[in-house]
Design a protein around this ligand. Structure first.
Ligand SMILES: Nc1ncnc2c1ncn2[C@@H]1O[C@H](COP(=O)(O)OP(=O)(O)OP(=O)(O)O)[C@@H](O)[C@H]1O
Ligand SMILES: [Mg+2]
Length: 147
C-alpha cells in the first residue's frame, strides 16, 4: 500500500483526516478544509496527492510518471520551500520528484518534464501563477492550495 510508505511513522489518521478520507483519497471531488493550525491539513493534501498518483498507477504498481503533474500552491515563499521539503521526503519512497518553483526561479523544460509535483509560490509573476499555464504542459490535473 503506497499510503504506508508515505505516512511512515504515523500510526493512524486523526479525527478530521478520517472524516474526509473517503472524499480525499477515493474521489476527484473538490475539498475546502478549514481547521486550526496543527490540525493535520497538510496530510489531507497528501491524501489527494496519493489519489492522483494511484490514478496513474498500473496494476503491477508501476507509476506512469510521464502522465501527470501535481501543483501545490503555497501563500508564502518560505512555505513553498518547507512544503517542497516535506512532500519530497514523504514521496521519495515512490520515486516521485518534487520541485519548488517561484518567481525568481526558472525550471527548464526538461526539469518540468522530470517533475511530478511542484510547489509554486502564489505571489509569483502572472505567467507562473496560473497552474494551468503552458509552463506546466498539459498534464496538470490535481491542484492543491494550502493557505
Ligand atoms: N495522523 C497523524 N498522526 C500523527 N501525526 C500527525 C498526523 N497528521 C499530522 N500529524 C502531525 O501533526 C503536525 C501538524 O500537522 P500539519 O502541519 O499538517 O497541520 P496543519 O493543519 O497543516 O497546520 P497549519 O495550519 O499550521 O499549516 C505535524 O507535525 C504532522 O506531522
Ligand atoms: Mg499546513
Amino acid at each position: 500500500m503506497i499510503g504506508q510508505l508515505v505516512f511512515k511513522g504515523m500510526k493512524k489518521l486523526n479525527r478530521i483526516q478520517s472524516i474526509v478520507f473517503e472524499t480525499a483519497y477515493n474521489t476527484n471531488e473538490n475539498l475546502l478544509i478549514c481547521a486550526p493550525t496543527g490540525a493535520g491539513k497538510t496530510n489531507i493534501a497528501m491524501l489527494t496527492v496519493l489519489h492522483e498518483i494511484r490514478q496513474n498507477m498500473q496494476p503491477g504498481g508501476v507509476i506512469r510518471k510521464d502522465q501527470f503533474k501535481i501543483v501545490y500552491v503555497a501563500p508564502m515563499k518560505a512555505l513553498a520551500a518547507e512544503m517542497t521539503n516535506y512532500f519530497s521526503k514523504r514521496l521519495e519512497p515512490l520515486g516521485i520528484a518534487v520541485k519548488e518553483l517561484t518567481g525568481d526561479m526558472q525550471l527548464t523544460k526538461g526539469e518540468i518534464l522530470r517533475t511530478q509535483e511542484m510547489s509554486p509560490w502564489s505571489n509569483a509573476p502572472p505567467g507562473l501563477r496560473n497552474p494551468f499555464s503552458k509552463t506546466y504542459g498539459t498534464f496538470t490535473r490535481g491542484v492543491s492550495v494550502n493557505a
